[in-house]
Write a protein that binds this ligand. Structure first.
Ligand code: TRP
Ligand code: SF4
Length: 330
């Protein structure tokens, strides 16, 4: 086992296929991290239940789908551990115990809690949803990592994790290092309509989308809306499509696009055509790996099985220490 300083933990909820916003916002970064750190990445299937409890049927299919999306995107089960949260029962035990020391006020004050609860069309006035950050705290600290790569939106949860850790350590002795968020530069990729890319807005390009489905999606994208005619100069800064070109094109092409746009010599149709080509190039190797895995479901199950064992091993060792410190080692 590598030293704890080098350990990284992160997870994702299995709520549907990954879109390219997930890729550039998180997965690409996970792929880089696996080369330098001991990484554990897990499918947060219990977390999916905090919001989708009334219809739990779909989660089962989404679990292998998420693993396929991950591996197709470059996560390598030889280089990182991939496991399923619910298959590591120690997580449930630790969550129950941490719940005893977590003041309800901390949970009620959590900004994400209030926001999501109000915006959701589901009834989220449940014990499980309020306790989400305790489960997330366990997910992380059960492997005693130093870093947690997450988006800005998860920072309040991570702060709560650190508070729970401090409280635990002060009551029972130093067991857990305080994990820190590893925030990485993530490009802002808007959805097709300019809003945040999200399954619920139906404005996403999925990693598994055949290029024939990507094409009409790109054609429907909003560009610089102030640009009514070709002879109106445009501004890439006000264009929803440009951030994609910015990610996927080299500097020469980008300069050409920007000049053409601001001098009104380039039409948006040309950019759209170029983007379809670039996305096709980008998705091609991902989808080739995906096809291999889809044709070999046993392999996916096998990867999960081995990952689950490693996840359990790491979790069990921390759980042992926790029980000892608390005099729960019967
Ligand atoms: N809460 C995270 C999200 O909604 C998913 C998650 C669950 C997670 N447990 C985690 C992320 C532990 C990092 C570490 O995106
Ligand atoms: Fe966007 Fe290209 Fe149209 Fe300019 S020319 S507004 S960069 S799509």
């Amino acid at each position: 086992m590598i030293k704890p300083e080098n350990r990284i933990v992160s997870g994702m909820r299995p709520t549907g296929p990954l879109h390219i916003g997930h890729y550039f916002g998180a997965i690409r970064n996970w792929v880089e991290l696996q080369k330098e750190y001991e990484c554990l990445y897990f499918v947060a299937d219990w977390h999916a239940l905090t919001t989708d409890y009334a219809d739990s049927r779909r989660v089962k299919g989404f679990v292998p789908e998420l693993v396929i999306d991950w591996i197709a995107s470059g996560l390598d089960p030889e280089q990182c551990v991939i496991y399923q949260q619910s298959q590591v029962k120690e997580i449930a035990e630790m969550t129950l115990i941490l719940g005893m020391i977590t003041p309800t006020g901390w949970l009620e004050r959590n900004p994400t809690y209030k926001e999501v609860r109000q915006e959701s069309n589901k009834d989220l006035s449940t014990y499980g949803f309020l306790g989400y950050p305790v489960l997330m705290c366990t997910d992380i600290i059960i492997h005693r990592p130093q870093w947690v790569p997450v988006g800005q939106d998860q920072v309040p949860h991570l702060e709560l994790t650190r508070e729970i850790v401090r409280r635990f350590n002060s009551y029972y002795g130093d067991l857990f290092p305080e994990p820190a968020a590893k925030l990485t530069e993530t490009p802002k990729l808007p959805g097709l309509d300019g809003r945040k890319m999200s399954k619920s807005y139906d404005n996403s390009i999925y990693l598994k989308d055949p290029i024939d489905e990507v094409r009409p999606k790109v054609m429907s994208m909003l560009t610089d809306t102030a640009r009514m005619r070709l002879k109106d100069p445009g501004n890439p800064d006000n264009c929803n499509l440009y951030p994609y070109l910015d990610l996927l094109c080299g500097n020469d092409v980008k300069a050409e696009v920007c000049d053409g746009c601001t001098l009104a010599t380039r039409g948006c149709g040309e950019c759209k055509k170029l983007l379809v080509e670039k996305i096709a190039e980008f998705l091609e190797p991902i989808q080739a790996r995906r096809r291999e895995l889809e044709n070999d479901p046993d392999k996916v199950q096998d990867i999960l099985k081995q990952g689950n064992e490693k996840g359990r091993e790491s979790a069990a060792s921390t759980m042992d220490k926790m029980r000892k410190l608390m005099n729960l080692d019967f």
